[in-house]
Write a protein that binds this ligand. Structure first.
Ligand code: SF4
Length: 361
């Protein structure tokens, strides 16, 4: 794994992006922003799931007007996604958002852009420039590759902000295919000092979208590129957060996160492993403790994995074997397998992540 590219740090409310700050996970609400109650609920659910920064679409003044109430109950920084209308950006800043996603080239009149930049500077609100391969201008140089065109456009937008003496910049360069995404970020990483928001856009529903993002984001992070990420999915925003956190955990970049180990099941299975593992993963959402929980279908490989875990269950005949701290402790009725492992997780969480005095692998 390459050393992380060193970028300048910017702050969005309580979260620092870039520098040596942990790589943050972002998502975007999929509710109508004008619906304050529904959007606030989704922001709070995302925060509980471990999302560090939430973006909201602001398509009109009614949505901008809703931002203050949503911000008031949000436990995490909010970013307003603005296109074309500088008045929406000004209203979002006044509503208390922590960041803007706005392309300077989308604001036609320079004096309007200057107003937004001046207000963002005054409030110390970063602006993310987002270049999307799907919306490159048609008058680009034909001899340039798509990644080169993306980088050229991104630099142009960066320079537009720098020319206004504004440096609270983040940049994303997203494409819907993995090689283009990797190439664009790799080129840009050498050209600007600002934090990079990485992701593969319009990647589709799970599992396709998760695979594409895991590859694109995972390869970039392995190259040391990326300060904050979003897994874009045609699906539930909580799945975006789960996938983003799992990418970080899989690369050893998440400070503290539970890990569910579950077997693929086979003809020996004595436990509904997929259902229990899914429910357990959902139960563990947002718990930032480095637990390893094993859900295993039988006693062939089950005891071995359970001994390596902080807690685990393995299917037996009409019963489930329960392990704690690497040791077999008791058996429970097979139809209470989920409850048995949840009781162990609750005890682990109450003890701060480990069963005291026992195996601490
Ligand atoms: S642990 Fe048992 S049930 Fe699961 S895959 Fe291995 S042999 Fe099959």
């Amino acid at each position: 794994m390459n050393a992380r590219r060193r970028s300048v740090a910017v702050r969005l409310g309580t979260v620092t992006v870039g520098g040596d700050a942990p790589i943050s996970v972002q998502s975007m609400t999929k509710t109508d922003t004008r619906d304050v109650a529904a959007t606030s609920r989704q922001v709070q659910a995302l925060a509980r799931a471990g999302c560090h920064i939430v973006r909201l679409a602001v398509p009109d003044m009614e949505a901008a007007a809703a931002l203050a109430a949503i911000r008031a109950v949000s436990p995490v920084p909010l970013v307003a996604d603005i296109h074309f209308d500088h008045r929406l950006a000004l209203a979002a800043i006044d509503a208390g958002v922590d960041g803007l996603r706005l392309n300077p080239g989308n604001i036609r009149r320079r004096e309007h852009l200057e107003k937004v930049v001046a207000r963002a500077k005054e409030r110390e609100i970063p602006i993310r420039i987002g270049v999307n391969a799907g919306s490159l201008p048609v008058d680009c140089r034909p001899d340039e590759t798509v990644p080169e065109r993306m980088v050229a456009l991104g630099e142009e937008q960066v320079h537009a902000l720098e020319a206004m003496d504004f440096g609270l910049i983040k940049v994303s360069l997203k494409a819907s295919d993995v090689p283009t995404t990797i190439e664009a970020y790799s080129l840009m990483a050498r050209r600007i000092p600002y934090p990079l928001h990485v992701g593969v856009t319009e990647a589709g529903p799970p599992p396709t979208g998760i695979v594409r993002n895991a590859l694109g984001i995972g390869i970039l992070l392995h190259m040391g590129i990326g300060d904050t990420l979003r897994v874009s999915l045609s699906g539930e925003p909580l799945d975006e957060v789960d996938a983003g956190r799992e990418i970080l955990r899989s690369l050893g970049l998440a400070a503290a996160m539970p890990n569910v180990v579950s077997c693929p099941t086979c003809g020996r299975t004595r436990l509904d492993v997929p259902a229990i593992a899914t429910r357990v993963s959902e139960y563990l959402r947002g718990i930032d403790i480095p637990l390893t929980i094993a859900i295993m279908g039988c006693v062939v490989n089950g005891p071995g994995e359970c001994r390596e875990a902080d807690a685990g269950i393995a299917g037996g005949d009409d019963k489930v074997l329960v392990y704690r701290g690497g040791e077999f402790t008791h058996s429970a009725p097979a139809d209470q397998a989920y409850e048995a492992i949840i009781a162990e997780i609750d005890a682990l969480v109450a003890a701060g992540g480990r069963h005291r005095g026992q195996n601490t692998r």
